[in-house]
Write a protein that binds this ligand. Structure first.
Ligand SMILES: NC(=O)c1ccc[n+]([C@@H]2O[C@H](COP(=O)([O-])OP(=O)(O)OC[C@H]3O[C@@H](n4cnc5c(N)ncnc54)[C@H](OP(=O)(O)O)[C@@H]3O)[C@@H](O)[C@H]2O)c1
Length: 240
């Protein structure tokens, strides 16, 4: 059964930029009432106004009290999407431990806190979508082991919660490298060179777009038989 998004209440944490914003725009186009949550409240308000979303909130997903405050007045959520996160890089033997811990705080603990905050307000016939990433399967030697572990943990958490929160569906989107503001922010002046050399090695000779990843989020929300799954939208990057 494929669900209709018409009139559905969708909350996208991390919906103010990149993949989350693309998913928010597509869900709204399909008739959903979308609330976006971002780290920067002013940015969230600007984005929500620009795209005509039903609402916006500012919160730091690493701080449970800010999540509680942000979601306090939302009576009902049909589809919850948790995409907020940063590129946490650093080698295990070298990096600051609080920095590395951030990978799990933004993902695992943020998801647990958000779900506990919403509780029974999450519709029984609704869905939850997490984010992981190709790193979960293909980590690199350049300080991505902890982020890879946090990403893989999201996939495992989704499988467990698909049972624990049933009949709600819980899935994970695993994108390959996707051209979003995160990439530009992380790489700075090296962005163009990195993108060109990575693209050469990929089967499709290009990175993914936020729209492609966003449409996979909408698919996970609306396909009523997708459950406990990790959906890879990576252009085949794991094959090379
Ligand atoms: N782009 C990729 O290649 C790629 C690949 C695999 C996985 N991912 C994952 O996909 C997710 C989205 O990535 P993206 O590329 O779309 O990034 P993006 O454009 O930087 O968007 C990130 C979103 O998360 C929000 N956010 C970040 N930290 C937050 C916090 N502590 N509390 C609340 N909101 C927070 C941001 O809000 P503000 O705009 O207000 O900061 C923004 O809405 C991330 O978790 C990322 O790790 C990305």
């Amino acid at each position: 059964m494929t669900g209709d998004l018409q009139g559905r209440a969708v909350v996208i944490v991390g919906g103010t930029s990149g993949i989350g914003l693309a998913a928010a725009r597509q869900a709204k186009a399909a008739g959903a009432s979308v609330i976006v949550v971002g780290f920067d409240p002013a940015g969230a308000e600007r984005v929500a106004t620009e795209h005509g979303f039903a609402g916006w909130r500012g919160a730091d997903v690493r701080k449970p009290d800010t999540i509680t405050a942000a979601l306090a007045d939302i009576p009902h959520v049909d589809h919850l999407v948790l995409l907020a996160g940063t590129f946490v890089a650093g080698k295990v033997l070298e990096a600051d431990i609080d920095h590395l811990r951030r990978a799990f705080e933004e993902r695992i603990w943020a998801a647990i806190n958000t779900l506990r905050t919403l509780g029974e307000r999450l519709a029984p016939n609704g869905s939850v979508t997490f984010i992981s990433g190709a790193l979960a399967d293909r980590p690199t030697a350049q300080g991505t082991a902890v982020l890879a572990a946090a990403s893989a943990a999201m996939e495992a958490l989704a499988r467990g919660l698909a049972l624990e929160l049933a009949p709600r569906r819980v899935n994970t989107l695993s994108p390959g490298t996707t051209d979003t503001p995160l990439l530009a922010r992380t790489l700075g002046a090296n962005r163009d060179g990195y993108v060109a050399s990575l693209a050469e090695r990929l089967p499709l000779r290009r990175l993914g777009t936020a729209e492609e990843a966003g449409s996979a989020v909408v698919f996970l929300m609306t396909n009523g038989f997708m459950n406990g799954e990790t959906l890879h939208v990576d252009g085949g990057s794991r094959l090379v």
